[in-house]
Design a protein around this ligand. Structure first.
Ligand code: DX5
Ligand code: ZN
Length: 226
């Protein structure tokens, strides 16, 4: 099993102070910055674009100067042009929903050609069939444990079965693929997601909704270490 990673979603940050929020959550122990892109078409909400990614790139560094990966989660349709724009705007990894791309394999190739790691995202009701053909080309798989579009929703329990099924596929492949969960992750359920097979955890409202980000991130790590 890989080292656990915690990826705070800036969707729940204070957008008026985004650079400071990114620095604060990194100082509090964030491993990645999760960047939710919504287009009011694939999902019923509208968030932030490549210009904002470019603006926060310089803030996504640790105190010692180490770069912190920006994990872009595209909830957009179509995918390709925006994936390329985010790569140019400083994204390190880019994931997209298979049903939002007409040519999934081509989109993965485009992301890789831009020098970024590619991931596929599965909604709560999505089938995993595409992994039969694409798992060997992915850096990460992202399981939605809420329906995409909003922060602060409740964790959907069937995501645990989906995580278990993907974990089996990753282990059988023998490849180095991260398994990330996104939606409704809190201190009290992070361990269940890890036990099902996740190694990377997105959390928005649980972290940015707290007065002290470090307390929450430390509590999550403590549950993972139990
Ligand atoms: C939902 C987004 C999530 C969301 C998570 O569409 O993809 O990343 O911000 O927020 P919480 O942790 O509040 O469910
Ligand atoms: Zn997300």
């Amino acid at each position: 099993m890989k080292t656990y990673r915690i990826a705070p979603s800036i969707l729940s940050a204070d957008f008026a102070r985004l650079g400071d929020e990114v620095r604060s959550v990194i100082d509090a122990g964030a491993d990645w910055i999760h960047f939710d892109v919504m287009d009011n078409h694939y999902v019923p909400n509208l968030t932030i674009g490549p210009t904002v990614c470019e603006a926060i790139r310089k803030h996504a560094v640790k105190a010692d100067g180490t770069k912190v990966p920006i994990d872009v989660h595209l909830m957009v349709e179509p995918v390709d042009a925006l994936a390329q724009a985010f790569a140019k705007a400083g994204a390190d990894m880019i994931s997209f929903h298979a049903e939002a791309s007409r040519h999934v394999d081509r989109t993965i190739q485009l992301i890789n050609a831009e020098g970024c790691k590619a991931g596929l995202v599965f909604n709560p009701a999505a089938s995993l069939d595409v992994l039969d053909w694409e798992l060997d080309k992915l850096d990460h798989v992202l399981v939605m444990s809420v329906n995409p579009g909003f922060g602060g929703q409740a964790f959907i329990a069937s995501a645990l079965r989906k995580i278990e099924a993907i974990r089996k596929r990753i282990d059988a492949s023998g490849r180095d693929v991260r398994l990330e969960v996104d939606g409704g992750i809190k201190v009290d359920n992070i361990r269940a997601a890890a036990d099902a097979g996740c190694d990377t955890f997105v959390a928005g409202s649980a972290i940015f909704g707290a007065a002290d980000y470090r307390t929450v991130i430390d509590a999550m790590r403590a549950r993972l270490a139990d």
